[in-house]
Write a protein that binds this ligand. Structure first.
Ligand SMILES: Nc1ncnc2c1ncn2[C@@H]1O[C@H](COP(=O)(O)OP(=O)(O)OP(=O)(O)O)[C@@H](O)[C@H]1O
Ligand SMILES: [Mg+2]
Length: 153
């Protein structure tokens, strides 16, 4: 159990629990670095989003690391569609996600997002974690291959 990160359920906030193996495996992957995008899948409600947000939280605590979380299903509010350990990400995200739905616009423009972010703060020597949650649901399964390949490139 890790009470440094809490999950909201209604009016209650409970400690992040279990997922020790999954969290440590993802953090190790992050520390080692990877040129391949990773897809995480599982049954509805099994805890994918919570695990990924926890990962973003842990990486946000690392000096010289940058974490960006995009919720591809969030439509109207940039504050809901993106979370980052770096303040400049919000300004860059608002500038490039001019069309709706915002989450999907950001998911499609991640390369632009990081290019613009790099103009604001140097990413040189930094480790970057990008999470795009629910992206296959947002773009449709028929676009999964195209999207994954674009991430790889
Ligand atoms: N590790 C955890 N610790 C505590 N609560 C958790 C944990 N993982 C999931 N939950 C609880 O389960 C609920 C569902 O989890 P979550 O939204 O992360 O699932 P999901 O797999 O992303 O669902 P969906 O398929 O709908 O996207 C969360 O709101 C949270 O209350
Ligand atoms: Mg989810």
């Amino acid at each position: 159990m890790d009470c440094s990160y809490r999950v909201r359920i209604g009016s209650k906030a409970i400690c992040f629990c279990d997922r020790v193996v999954e969290a440590s495996s993802l953090l190790t992957m992050f520390e080692r670095g990877s040129t391949f995008p990773k897809a995480i899948y599982g049954p509805e409600g099994c805890g994918k989003t919570t695990l990924l947000k926890y990962l973003v939280h842990r990486v946000s605590e690392v000096d010289s690391a940058i974490a960006v979380y995009i919720d591809a299903l969030k439509g109207n509010d940039p504050a809901e569609a993106v979370f980052s350990s770096v303040r400049a990400t919000y300004e860059v995200a608002s500038a490039i996600a001019v069309e709706l739905p915002i989450g999907m616009a950001l998911a499609e423009k991640v390369l632009q997002l990081f290019k613009r972010l790099h103009e604001r703060i140097s990413l040189r020597g930094k480790k970057v974690l990008l999470v795009v949650d629910d992206v296959y649901r947002a773009i449709g399964l028929e676009s999964a291959e195209r999207y994954t390949k674009s991430m790889y490139e």
